[in-house]
Design a protein around this ligand. Structure first.
Ligand code: TMP
Length: 199
């Protein structure tokens, strides 16, 4: 029996990391994140999100570095866990690349999807939970210093949010949209209901 693979998706300040932790605790699942989740992936994360100014990757380099981190993450962590029957909860996965690199960076959603599927050797999440928050709520919650992609500007992040909504609407079998504007406990409850219905 293979484990279930659930990915949390959303923009900055959506509260997805808190919710991913809560769900992983509830399911007894392995909690991991992207970009990252392995020593190599965490190094790539730092190069992508916090590079010295002179070394900021180009948009395509950014997409490929994130994909490389994803390939390592799937091969070393996600796939072995699922094969042992362990559930896995990932804070971000392929959906983030579709929304941020495909739509936000204008690299093309289907092109970026092809790169991601090459990286994962075809592995996809069983369920993607998109936590949708309005801009004002996201701004209120962002009280820490921002990384290079978070600093990409308002238009970029509106495009990311729109892309998530479109991707989720077009693939209801693999995506569920959760209203993230409610309290943390209310959002958790909505997620638990969705999980019980869907998995
Ligand atoms: P986090 O702070 O929510 O963990 O997200 C890390 C940053 O990486 C966030 O700005 C979104 C970005 N990111 C992408 O642009 N593409 C991806 O595929 C992933 C996984 C993250």
């Amino acid at each position: 029996m293979t484990g279930r693979f659930i990915a949390f998706e959303g923009g900055e300040g959506s509260g997805k990391s808190t919710q991913a932790r809560r769900l992983a605790d509830h399911l007894g699942a392995l909690l991991t994140r992207e970009p990252g989740g392995t020593p190599l992936g965490e190094r790539l994360r730092q190069l992508v999100l916090d590079p010295p100014q002179s070394e900021a990757p180009s948009d395509r380099a950014e997409a490929l570095m994130i994909a490389a981190a994803r390939a390592q993450h799937v091969a070393e962590v996600v796939k072995p866990a699922l094969e042992k029957g362990q559930d896995v909860v990932s804070d971000r996965f392929i959906g983030s690349s579709l929304a941020y690199q495909g739509a936000g960076r204008l690299l093309g959603v289907s092109e970026v999807e092809a790169v991601s599927l090459f990286a994962t050797d075809g592995l996809q999440a069983d369920l993607n939970i998109f936590i949708d928050v309005d801009e004002a709520t996201a701004q209120e919650r962002l009280n820490r210093s921002l990384d290079r992609i978070e600093l990409a500007g308002k238009d970029f992040h509106s495009q990311v949010a729109e892309a998530y909504r479109k991707i989720a609407t077009n693939d209801p079998e693999h995506w569920v949209v959760i209203n993230g504007n409610a309290t943390v406990d209310e959002v958790t409850e909505e997620i638990m209901i969705a999980i019980n219905q869907r998995l």
